[in-house]
Design a protein around this ligand. Structure first.
Ligand code: C5P
Ligand code: C5P
Ligand code: ZN
Length: 442
């Protein structure tokens, strides 16, 4: 805890110390709820020092940085809710920059505030808005009454199941601002319609998705007219999303059948590109035994991938999988549990590559594999031994996969383990089990 807050203070000092060297501050932020709330926090804070310009974008691509550089020149640029996968490029291109983010980090050195650098996981422990909030607190104490924006950002990124670590710290600090009812949170010091944190987050998200990020920013700062308009937009968006959702739920059996050999549910259509993210978030709740990857094939492929905590604990990292799978034919990345990409190639080729990467991830957990094979005189004994030793999933050690079955008169146990110690113990246990099952049979 202490460490990331200290870093936030250091970056705030950098900001104050370099203030005289530029005329303007540019905020470049992500277009979803988290990015827009982060941007609002920064806007409220930084306008107290300098002229501020905001840019809400769907994603950073290499060419985005060149375009930004042309406009920003030697002014300060603050990236929020994005930037971490381009640390090196950003540090090479921009004279003055700050990155406040929670996506996995690569080659990051100075002026980067990111929970991954302090032993936290940015997919669950802190949002981009949370990182922005930690920074802003050092420059403008009054921002504390807007701490709800950090939490609405976290809700937008699905970090409320449950709130934990740094997010929880923000909630605890905000005495009198938050009231909790289970997963959701109610906010005390906002317009009535926005008190429900989930609804607040959905309104802002709809603005971002429908390219009305400025409206979303106004909603964040409680502009009544903006809230009214955002509600209309939200209704329209919600209807569109529900129609698409119903379509895929109606095809559930077909989707399951089509993907039965794969490590992933691929759900493909020529839907609007902006719908892949929200749809994948909804569909993973239904198709939750494998990751879900929603693909829009309008123009090139636009891809959104979602997993579950359970799948992540089994080795899944969707950000890595998509990054590797698209390699030179696109750009992709993101969290372990949620990631995205664009791809300029054939859809079959993409699906095959992702399937391979994800199969590898699930397998990589198990470094040691072994089989115990016993030939009995008859099939019945082989079958009854398999039944007797079949360790159910609950009893299975987290680090070990055990499968016992029989093939005619052959009894087979497959054991996969992460380390030699558990592997040895499991084999010992299995042999004892087999022996006692044989004695029982006699
Ligand atoms: O790029 P970004 O961090 O904004 O991606 C957020 C997306 O990832 C959200 O749409 C959310 O659905 C998903 N997510 C998730 N579970 C998490 C974190 C993010 O489903 N723990
Ligand atoms: O677009 P979507 O909501 O599916 O994105 C999910 C996650 O994947 C976000 O964290 C986003 O920043 C990340 N992403 C990425 N590179 C891309 C597309 C998405 O890192 N090209
Ligand atoms: Zn985010």
């Amino acid at each position: 805890m202490e460490h990331i807050q200290k870093k936030a203070a250091e970056i705030a000092s950098f900001f104050l110390n370099s203030l005289s060297r530029f005329d303007k501050v540019y905020i470049v932020s992500h277009k979803d709820t988290d990015g827009i709330t982060a941007c609002a926090l920064l806007y409220l804070t930084l306008t107290r020092f300098k002229k501020v310009e905001t840019k809400i974008i769907p994603q950073i691509y290499l060419k985005t940085l060149d375009e930004l550089k042309k406009e920003i020149g030697d002014n300060l640029v603050v990236f929020s809710d994005l930037g971490s996968s381009f640390c090196r490029e950003i540090s090479e291109k921009f004279r003055y920059y700050i990155i406040l983010d929670h996506h996995p980090v690569k080659n990051c050195k100075e002026n980067v505030l990111n929970p991954h650098l302090f032993g936290y996981n940015g997919a669950y422990d802190l949002s981009g808005a949370g990182a922005a909030y930690f920074f802003c607190k050092n420059l403008y104490p009054g921002i504390k009454k807007y701490s709800y924006l950090a939490i609405v950002g976290a809700i937008g990124d699905k970090q409320n199941d449950p709130f934990q670590n740094l997010n929880l710290e923000i909630i605890k600090e905000g005495k009198g601002i938050f009231e909790r009812y289970g997963k959701n949170i109610f906010i005390e010091n906002v317009e009535d319609d926005l008190r429900d944190g989930e609804y607040f987050s959905s309104l802002v998200n709809a603005c971002g998705t429908l390219n009305k990020a400025d409206l979303g920013l106004q909603v964040c700062i409680q502009n009544k007219e903006a809230i009214k308009e955002a509600k209309k937009i939200f209704e329209q968006y919600d209807e569109e999303l529900n129609t698409a959702l119903k379509h895929f739920l109606g095809n559930k059996d077909k989707i399951i059948e089509e993907n039965k050999e794969r490590s992933v549910y691929f759900i493909v259509s020529d839907m609007k590109r902006s719908l892949t993210g929200p749809l994948s978030t909804l569909l993973i709740k239904v198709f939750n035994d494998k990751p879900v990857i929603v693909i829009s094939k309008r123009n090139n492929l636009k891809i959104s991938a979602r997993g579950t905590k359970k799948l992540v604990s089994q080795g899944l990292h969707l950000g890595e999988a998509l990054k590797t799978a698209v390699s030179r034919k696109g750009e992709g990345g993101g969290h372990d549990i949620a990631s995205g990409a664009v791809y300029n190639g054939k859809i079959e080729e993409f699906m095959e590559k992702v399937d391979f990467e994800i199969k590898k991830q699930f397998k990589k957990r198990f470094l040691i594999e072994g089989e115990i094979i016993i030939n009995y005189e008859d099939e019945e004994t082989a079958a009854s031994t398999a039944e007797a030793v079949n360790v159910d999933n609950e009893k299975t050690l987290k680090a070990t996969l055990i499968e016992s079955y029989n093939n005619k008169n052959e009894f087979i146990t497959l054991i996969k383990s992460e380390n030699i110690g558990t592997f040895k113990n499991v084999i010992d246990d299995m042999l004892v089990c087999i022996k006692s099952s044989e004695i029982m049979k006699e």
